[in-house]
Ligand binder design. Sequence first.
Ligand code: CP3
Length: 357
Amino acid sequence: MASDTLRNDRFLRALRREPTDTTPVWLMRQAGRYLPEYRATRARAGSFLALAKTPELACEVTLQPLARFELDAAILFSDILTVPDAMGLGLYFADGEGPKFERPVGGADDIARLHVPDPETELRYVMDAVRLIRRELDGRVPLIGFAGSPWTLACYMIEGEGSRDFARAKALAWNEPALMHRLLDTVAQAVARYLAAQAAAGAQALMVFDTWGGLLGPAQFREFSLRYHAEVAAALRADPAARTVPLILFAKGANGHLEALADTGCAALGLDWTITLGEARARVGARVALQGNVDPALLLARPEAIRAEVEAAIADFGAHPGHVFNLGHGITPGVEPEHVRTLVDAVHEAGRRIRGT
Ligand code: CP3
């Protein structure tokens, strides 16, 4: 396997909280619309979904940011909503709008009908993309596979599209908790199976995005989000291919639950920008690595401001092992690619300086 010849293992070492020569960095949505070459490939594909569903094109855009910047990891180009799509909901993107489902989950009958997709057949295009990207990366940097969290996927499945508050999903949790648990249980099985298959296909780290966990109050977060994070993590630990693959858990807006999240069995926590790295490290740094967490809007600032903020974030974490630099959420479309270069290079410089390497 190509993993034998991994030439840059900073990212995997940091996830294991082992010393590194400098701070590893990758960025959520590093392959995306801020890159002209991404827009060109997407235009060739015809749509975002055609791009994501064609392994050769998904591989091409996965590698684009690595050709420009000294990133320490690649992330599979795909989407969290591929799983509900494979469950039969019919994912589509109306022009200029976010994701939508043709057949959202309405009630008990819809939930009873849902099945756990077989990744190697029903999500074959994702597994083929993982295998192809691993081959094309040829050991340059590790590949991250990912999935949405059960709660975040359930939000989209019930609402049928994006929302500011996902009120319909929350109402179902309050009105029919047993039904909500039935849905979350099926989605958690689907997510665990999908992530395990990505590991078997060659993903060297796995990340779960709980973008909407932070919408829930504390008790509901524990009941409807946290519990299923632990289930997914336990299923992965019991899987021969995924057992040794580090799992990163990103629950946006859920800083009140960092300790509990660190106890789910993940290797690292992703952080948004509403907490300092120093505070997060003081709370959970002995248990897990931390990934994050500068405000994505920093990439709209002047280069000097970008360098100063990167320096401050790295100083705040300190010269300890266990930090993967990232944004606190995805890169936004209007960002100047040269600003991304400034940030990536500033991370490596500041990371070396603080270690004296
Ligand atoms: O980070 C990467 O480079 C990997 C690719 C990736 C995409 N989506 C590609 C994408 C990842 C990791 C995701 C995850 C994802 N998808 C999340 C969780 C992370 C987060 O952002 O909170 C969510 C909630 C989704 C659902 C989704 N997909 C939304 C809300 C949208 C529309 C938002 C937008 O930026 O337009 C998408 C579409 C999408 N997924 C795009 C990309 C690059 C933009 C599509 C395009 O090219 O038009």
